[in-house]
Design a protein around this ligand. Sequence first.
Ligand code: C2E
Ligand code: CA
Ligand code: CA
Length: 425
Amino acid sequence: PSTARCSREPTALISPSSSSDTPAGWPAYEASAAQLLKSASPNASLALLQVHFRQRLALTAAHGQSLTEAAFDEAEARIVAALRPGDHLLRSGYGDFYVLLPRLLGLGHAELAAQRILRELESPIVAGGRHLHLMPTVGAALATEPGESPTSLQQRASAAVVHAVREGEIIAIAREYTQDAMVTELRDALSRNALDLVYQPIATLPEQRVVGYEALARWRRGDGNAVAPSVFIPMAEDAGLAEELTRWTLQVALREFVPLQRRHPELYCAINLSARAFDNPALCEQVLAALAIWNLPPHSLMIEVTETAVLHDVGRNANALQRLANQGVRLAIDDFGQGYSSLGYLRHLPAAILKIDQSFVADAANPRTRALLEAISGMAHRLDMRAVAEGVETEAMLGAVLEAGCDHAQGYLFGRPAPISHWLG
Ligand code: C2E
Ligand code: CA
Ligand code: CA
């Protein structure tokens, strides 16, 4: 917004710091917000409410500028009545109001303030002998630390307004809006098959012969930005999309893997399953059906589960994994050593592969970490499992995992995750 668009002088009505030389519109907001953001903290956060009037243009068109201005002066007075001392009210360059609420305990208080404002604006405004309905919508954004810029705070509040108007709501909170919008987009991307899988080789040591490829999900949003799997996978689970994600991963990974498997029948494709995937009692049947559809033998699939996922409900999950193992599907325990779990569960799992968490490899310069690497791979061997070192990036790391007795390795040193076409080429 530019000051040129500002229809009138802004007002910082309540703030004692306001004065007649306050700059107009956006600069006034920016100055106040920058000042207040400095003292934002989790227990004294700053909220920005943007009050938008859906009828503004229609009113101007029907009644002209001056009557509309009079109505908005009245609206301003009503908003002031809903505020506390120390709150700031300013007019944006576009005829919306900005309300800055410092020292809030949380989002709930911002919402209460929004409701007070909406209540004040409920009854029609009388101007020029007419009853006018301004139809306000409030978007709220909360800053809980000084790091955020006034621009970003305002953008989040505006996004909340856009969301509220679109959804036919009168209040929207920015944080929820962002989450909601992202989840909606993710759900949509899954159903339109708009996610991708990339594949990373896993190689034997010391020969460095590729034995399989791990499929890793990638999501590029509509705005072109990639979202990390560590962000969107848990998000999908929270949104109840775990089953959908499993279905998608299985179908896409197996379909893409077919040509590679035809060329090298001994290779496997590894897919990651999250804890929630086991909520589906038909998981085993689903996996076997997917293999049948693509005419792949069970041993060409490896399922990776983290120890945390298994322990989520160890009896039930070990049972499902046992049934898959009985059919010949390979199992790997992922990120081993990263959690805080006991080792007891290893007795019950039919896993053939132990993937040592990459944090051990990253810290392999440390002699104690190297001792742990060696102990873990020794334990794997005693349990008749192969140990896979993850995250091998350098020759030095390779040397350490070789010395520790790891059987396989995966990492940027051997290949970065890439589309299947790259490995077929
Ligand atoms: P993960 O299963 O442990 O996958 C290995 C991660 O390490 C991948 O991250 C991979 O890109 C990265 N990586 C590989 N080599 C190196 C290396 O040399 N150095 C470093 N620093 N990193 C390396 P990515 O692709 O970001 O995936 C993160 C996690 O998201 C995965 O960890 C997995 O837990 C989860 N994930 C990814 N795809 C899926 C999926 O389709 N389904 C489920 N449920 N989870 C997935
Ligand atoms: Ca994995
Ligand atoms: Ca891992």
